[in-house]
Design a protein around this ligand. Structure first.
Ligand code: FAD
Length: 388
């Protein structure tokens, strides 16, 4: 078993296949590099077996569009070094071999080519290399990306924006004072008394440039008496619309799968939750051959309902990309005003087709006709052009 990519998804999967007795190699271009991202997810999406020490903070989710809304569920901010240590301990216990190397593509069935020459062979190859999909067949389309620029401040400084015990999933108030592409404030407690404040562009093709996000964050925070000095503590840029891998010979996992929900940008919890079942499917069917093992894993990752939800989420992404900037907060106002179970189905349930359709129907019913047209028409159009 060869897992290309040692992010959270690749490490979780490698630990599981190793644990089930498959000789597993994890290959990454920089396997020892520490993770510098702050990771979070909805608390109830995390797998139950995750040790409590991996969660740095929990907070109640809140959102502001035209009005303020309580999401009704909790957000968990992860202790990233603790998560890494947990996954690495799992890989060590399962005797996973970790190798350094940059993959530049396939070298025939069951083999990948490395930069600088050489190849690595395995019966089963998984692309867990993130949104750039080192083993993918990404075409020339400009990617739709989420981008954010964030700073850390102490909780007292952020108190005007974020009450203790709360996480601000989105605040669409235009406190940055600029027309143009819509951006929102994301604010979460990281534990230990510090708070991450991030100016975020949910989706743009390509991602909104960092200088724009920095300028907007500076202006927004200035309105709340907070000065932004120095460099960013976090810069976020990742792809929301990576295609699924073509053909039977490579399985995508993690953000490469792509497990990314474009409505939030989250994929981490889905990867951690799915890793054991994907590993079990591979281990159970490998005696029948690698193609069967990959087919079985694909059935776990992409049952018909998950494929349908994935397609609907992509239509939603295109709707947001094509929406006039001033209508985006109106759209989210309608969304956050939906009953809690509808919002949860849309933001979390990756294979809950009925829940997803219910949320879309409720949103459609609440929208005015111009917004309805903006929700439906993108399904009939090719992907939106790049905002160059
Ligand atoms: C700053 C930031 C914050 C984020 N916050 C969140 C969050 O709070 N919650 C959430 O769910 N998501 C978040 N995301 C999205 C995030 O990218 C994913 O959820 C998560 O990192 C995906 O994990 P992954 O293992 O699938 O891919 P990645 O973490 O992208 O890991 C891919 C790995 O593949 C390796 N690799 C890539 N190309 C090659 C190659 N050619 N050869 C060999 N190795 C290669 C890379 O070195 C990397 O280690 C954030 C992203 C960023 C950038």
């Amino acid at each position: 078993m060869l897992v290309v990519g040692g992010g959270p998804a690749g490490r979780a999967l490698a630990a599981e296949t190793g644990r089930l007795g498959l000789r597993t190699v994890l290959l990454d271009q920089a396997p020892d590099a520490p993770w510098r991202h702050t990771y979070g997810s909805w608390a109830d999406e995390l797998p139950p077996g995750l040790p409590p020490s991996v969660v740095a903070a929990r907070a109640l989710g809140r959102a502001v569009a035209r009005r303020e809304h309580q999401l009704g569920w909790a957000y968990a901010v992860l202790d990233v070094p603790a998560l890494r240590a947990h996954l690495d301990a799992g890989m060590a216990a399962a005797e996973v071999t970790v190798r350094a190397g940059r993959v530049i593509g396939r070298a025939g069935p069951g083999a990948v080519a490395l930069a600088g020459g050489g190849e690595v062979r395995a019966r089963v190859v998984v692309d867990a290399g993130g949104g750039r999909q080192p083993l993918g067949s990404a075409g020339g389309r400009v990617p739709a990306e989420q981008a954010a620029y964030g700073v850390l401040v102490d909780a007292d400084t952020a108190a005007g924006l974020l009450a203790p015990g709360q996480a601000l999933f989105m605040d669409w108030r235009p406190d940055h004072g600029e027309p143009g592409p819509p951006t929102f404030l994301y604010a979460v407690p990281l534990g230990g008394g510090s708070v991450l404040l991030e100016e975020t562009s949910l989706a743009r093709r390509p991602g909104l440039p960092m200088p724009v996000l920095r300028r907007r964050l500076t202006a927004r925070l200035a309105r709340h008496g907070i000065r932004v000095a120095g460099a960013a503590d976090e810069r976020v840029l990742f792809r929301l619309d990576a295609p699924r891998h073509r053909g039977r010979t490579t399985l995508g996992f993690g953000a490469a799968a792509p497990l990314v929900n474009p409505a939030s940008g989250f994929s981490l919890a889905a990867s951690l939750r799915l890793a054991p079942a994907v590993a079990r499917a591979v281990a159970a069917r490998l005696p029948d051959g690698p193609d069967r093992a990959l087919d079985a894993a694909r059935e776990v990752l992409w049952p018909p309902a998950a494929r349908a939800v994935h397609r609907l989420r992509r239509v939603g992404l295109e709707a947001v990309l094509r929406m006039p900037p001033q209508r985006v907060p109106d759209f989210f106002e309608l969304f956050f005003a939906l009953p809690e179970h509808r919002r949860w189905a849309y933001l979390a349930g990756r294979d809950d087709l009925r829940g997803h359709l219910g949320a879309m129907a409720a949103l459609f019913a609440a929208a005015d006709w111009p917004l309805r047209a903006r929700l439906v028409v993108p399904a009939l159009l090719p992907p939106s052009p790049a905002h160059l």
